[in-house]
Design a protein around this ligand. Sequence first.
Ligand code: C2O
Length: 576
Amino acid sequence: MAKLTTSLVVLVLWLSLISYAYNVHATRMAHWPRGSSTRFYDFKIQTLKITKLCNTKELVTVNGIFPGPVIYAQEDDRIIVKITNETPYNTTIHWHGVRQRLSCWFDGPSYITQCPIQAGQTFTYEFTLVNQKGTFFWHAHVSWLRATLYGAFVVYPKPGVPYPFNYPYQEHILLLGEYYNKDVVQLERATIASGGNPPVTDAYTINGHPGPNYNCSNNDVYKIDVVPGKTYLLRLINAGLNSENFFAIANHKLTIVEADAEYTKPFTTDRVMLGPGQTINVLVTANQPIGKYSMAMGPYSSAKGAAFQNISAIGHFQYLGAVTNSVSLPAQLPSFSDNLAVKTVMDGLKSLNTVNVPKEIDANLFITIGLNVQKCQSKTPNQNCQGLNNGVMAASMNNISFIKPPISLLEAYYKKMNGSFTEDFPGVPLKFYDFVNGAPNNIPNDTQALNGTRVKVLEYGTRVQLILQDTGTVTTENHPIHLHGYSFYVVGYGTGNYNPQTANFNLVDPPYMNTIGVPAGGWAAIRFLADNPGVWFMHCHLDIHQSWGLGTSFIVKNGEGVLETLPHPPADMPRC
Ligand code: C2O
C-alpha cells in the first residue's frame, strides 16, 4: 500500500511537471488552442503469448494488453505517447479520426508521414485534440499489424459541457475486431506473393472475445452487466482488418447519437453497420424483461463471390438478476448482402446541428475506386498469379494503384527531395466508361491498372469536393474510404454512376465523418476545406485493399497566415 502511495505521489508530481513545462511553452504560442491538461502515455510494443480458438500464438500488443490500453482525454487536451518498440516488427501508430491540426508528423501512416519505428527504437507522438471529442481509436499503420495492435481513444467534452442527450448510467467500449490464428505480417506477405485473395479471418471478436459460436470459446465471451431500466452508452469501434460488420443486440433498440466522433441527430435502429475505421456511439436502454441477450457482430460482405467468415461473434448483454447459465436470446442480424440495411442507417445519419458546409467548390475531383487484375508477370504463375483469370489482384483510385515510396512522402516533400513521388494524381479518371458495369480497357477481361506514387497537391484553403465512384471492374463492393487529417461532410451518395443532374445533396445537416462507406456499385460526395498543411493519406480501410494499392495522398500546402504552416519535424523522427 505504502509503495503504491509513493508511486502515485511520484506520478502526480511528474505529471504536474509535464503540464508546467507545457504551460511555459504555451505562452509562446499565443494562438494555440490548448486544453486544461497534457496527458502522457507510455506504450511499449510487445508480443504476448495468447491462446484463443484452441490455438496458441504470439500477438503484437501494447504493454501486453489485448485489446490495447484505452487513452482517455478531454477536448483540446495535449496528448503525448512515447512508443518503444520491443518487437522484431516495424511499427507505427495512427490516431484514427484525430485531425492532427498542424501536427502531420505525428499522424502515423507508414511511408506517408513517417518511416516505421524499427525494432528497439522509440518515437514520441505529440498532438492536440483541437475541437475534437468523442470515440476514436488508435491502431498500427504498418502491414496488417493492426489486427491486434489497436485500442480505444475516448475524448470527453470539456468540464461542465454536457452531452446533447441524457447522461447515460454507464458507458462501455465495444471494439469489433478480427482474429487470425496465423502471424498477420506473414499472412499479408503470403497473400501479396500469391497474387490472390486473402484468407478469411478465423474469428470476429468483441473486445478480443469471439464468443460461444466458435471452437473452444464458450468462456471467451465479452459481457456487459446491466441494471434494468438504465440507459447505457456503447462506443462501437470497428477495428477489424478486412470485413465490414453489422452489430445488433437481441430485442433492444440502438439510438445512434454520434458517428466518427461527431454528434448526430438521434436515430433509432435495430442494427448498425460499421466498416473498419468507423466508430458509432449508441444509447441502449435496458427496458426488456430480465434476461440474457446476445450482442452480435456478423459480416456485411457486398463483393460478389468473395469469401468471408460467416460465424458471428457473440457477447452478452446481461440483466442483473438473470440466470447466469441461461442461454442468451439470439440477436437478429441482416443477411450478409443486405445493402438496404446499410442504406437505412446511412440515411439516418445527420449532423446534430446545421453545419457550415463549403457551398462554393474550388477543386472538384472525381475519383473511381475499385479492384483490378494485373497481367501475370511471374515465371511461376501457379505460385504468384492466383488472382482472377490467372492474374494478380490489385486495387486503385482512378485506375492508379498506389505504390508506397521508399521514404515517407512527408519527409520527401518537406525536404524537397525528388524522386519518390509525382504530383500528377489525376482529378478525373484517365478514361470515362460505364464505371459500374464496364471495364477501363477495351480488351475484355483486361482490367490492368497503372502503378505509381502519384499525389494531388492542394493550395491552402482550397474548398474540395470529391466524388468517390465505386467501379464494377472486378466486383462492385462497399469501400470504407478514410481520409487522414480532416473530417469531411458527406453531402450525398447513391447507387449507380454519379450523375450531377440527378444527385441529391444535403448542404444543411450532412454528417461530418472521417470514413465513408461508399455504397456498392454507387458513389458518395464529400466536401472539406483543405486548411491543414501536410501530406494526408486517403485509402480504403479494408487492409487488403490498401495493400493492393487502393489509396492516394493529398499534399496541402502551407498558408500565409498565423498557424497555417507545418512546423519542423521532431528530432526523434524514425529513419527508413
Ligand atoms: Cu485508420 Cu490510414 O487509417
